[in-house]
Design a protein around this ligand. Structure first.
Ligand code: MG
Length: 408
């Protein structure tokens, strides 16, 4: 059975996978396992459909026995189980004598990466733009390269290039090489069978991995590159993007939440303080205006703030504006006469009322405004106080008309 060409599943790590039979093989003997955080590439061998039987048994045993989290020893134990299962299958008449498979299994969860590898399928890590081969091939050409007998570039065309020195299904005593590493956010893990790296060199693999943002697109591009180079073998690729330390990301998320709550609390305090100040200002402010020709008392502040009014009519008095001095009447109409409280505003209106009565009484005598010819003290933007010279004092005794004409 051939592994599906594409895999999609939900995972914190973004990933992509693809396998292709290539142009020269009749069957695809590669099998893939994509079960985040577990990923594996197995390249079967044995011919006549036996290779794919071996690789499928391997991925099924890995699926069954792999640990829940990256743990190289436990993953190695799962590979041991896969090895024994293939050997057992042959003894039971499944597949063929001599069938086997490579196995490169990886678990990536956060910043933890564990790998168990047997054979010549590979794991690479792209870190900061540099591609590093994480695993060592168990192959004759790899041994020859290590002994300095051939150059790495000769491996691709060497007549012994297909001989592997360790595989699952051939010897119950073999074990996988184990690796445990830390992966940073932005690192990219790539697993592949030799059908990729035998056709595409590491420089081109690095270029594709670096310049292809989506991991599925990267897996597709790598496979297409191997096909374009001839597709002489089955090609399998898994690309997984590391998200880095979960603890660090949780800490960052916690910091972000704390900062957001702090900002919200700050805004609430600022808005609450502004509301309190506005309320205080309104309840401690009053001004005079005109309603139907009479002086009216308003609590609050005239005009609008941010498109909203912050005042209400408290009282329409019985004092007509046209009995007041023209300048005072004009300022009242323009709502320029402000007081520190409703009480002060009412007090001021009383003074106007007294003056108006004085004026009415005085109109018949000399036509002057006020007892001394001035209007009561008031000011724009400041608390208005009853004019001291409008009140009777021992030095300026009130005229008898002023007392008798008081109406309020
Ligand atoms: Mg192969």
């Amino acid at each position: 059975m051939t592994a599906p060409d594409h895999f999609h599943a939900s995972s914190e790590e973004a990933f992509g996978a693809r396998t292709d039979v290539g142009y020269t093989r009749a069957h695809n003997e590669d099998s893939l396992l994509v079960k985040p955080p577990l990923y594996a590439v197995c390249d079967g061998m044995g011919g006549h459909e036996a290779g794919e039987v071996a690789s499928e048994i391997a991925v099924e045993e890995l699926r069954r026995h792999a640990p829940a989290e990256p743990d190289a020893d436990a993953l190695g134990h799962a590979v041991d189980e896969a090895n024994l299962a293939i050997i057992r299958a042959v003894s039971e008449g499944i597949g063929r004598e001599g069938m086997g498979t490579t196995c490169t299994a990886a678990m990536l969860d956060g910043d933890r990466l564990a790998i168990a590898q047997c054979g010549d399928s590979r794991a690479y890590l792209l870190h900061a733009g540099t591609l590093q081969q994480l695993t060592r091939d168990h192959s004759l050409v790899a041994d020859l390269i290590e002994r300095g007998e051939i150059q790495p570039e000769e491996a691709r065309t060497h007549p012994w290039r297909s001989y592997i020195t360790r595989a699952l299904g051939l010897d119950p005593r073999i074990h996988a090489d184990l690796y445990e590493l830390a992966a940073d956010a932005g690192d990219r893990l790539m697993l592949c069978s030799d059908g990729l790296y035998s056709m595409v060199d590491d420089t081109e693999i690095c270029r594709i991995l670096t310049h292809t943002a989506d991991p599925q697109d990267a897996a597709d591009a790598l496979t297409e590159a191997a096909l374009a180079a001839g597709g002489n073998d089955n090609i399998s690729v898994i690309v997984v993007d590391a998200v880095g330390s979960k603890r660090r990301r949780r800490k960052l998320a916690r910091k972000t939440r704390v900062a957001a709550v702090t900002v919200i609390i700050g805004l609430v305090l600022i808005l609450g303080g502004a509301g309190f100040a506005l309320n205080w200002w309104m309840t401690n402010s009053a001004y005079l205006g005109e309603v139907d020709g009479n002086v009216a008392v308003y609590q609050g502040i005239p005009g609008q703030v941010l498109g909203m009014g912050y005042s209400h009519l408290d009282e329409v008095t019985d004092v007509p504006l046209d009995v007041l001095q023209p300048g005072t009447a004009a300022r009242i109409r323009q709502q320029e006469v402000r007081c520190e409280s409703l009480e002060a505003a009412r007090h001021l209106v009383n003074e106007y009322r007294m003056e108006a009565d004085l004026d009415q009484g005085a109109d018949g005598a000399d036509g002057a405004h006020g007892a001394d010819g001035t209007e009561p003290t008031s000011s724009s933007g400041a608390a208005a106080q009853p004019a001291s010279d409008a009140s009777p004092t021992p030095d300026t005794p009130p005229a008898p008309d002023a007392q008798s004409g008081q109406s309020a």
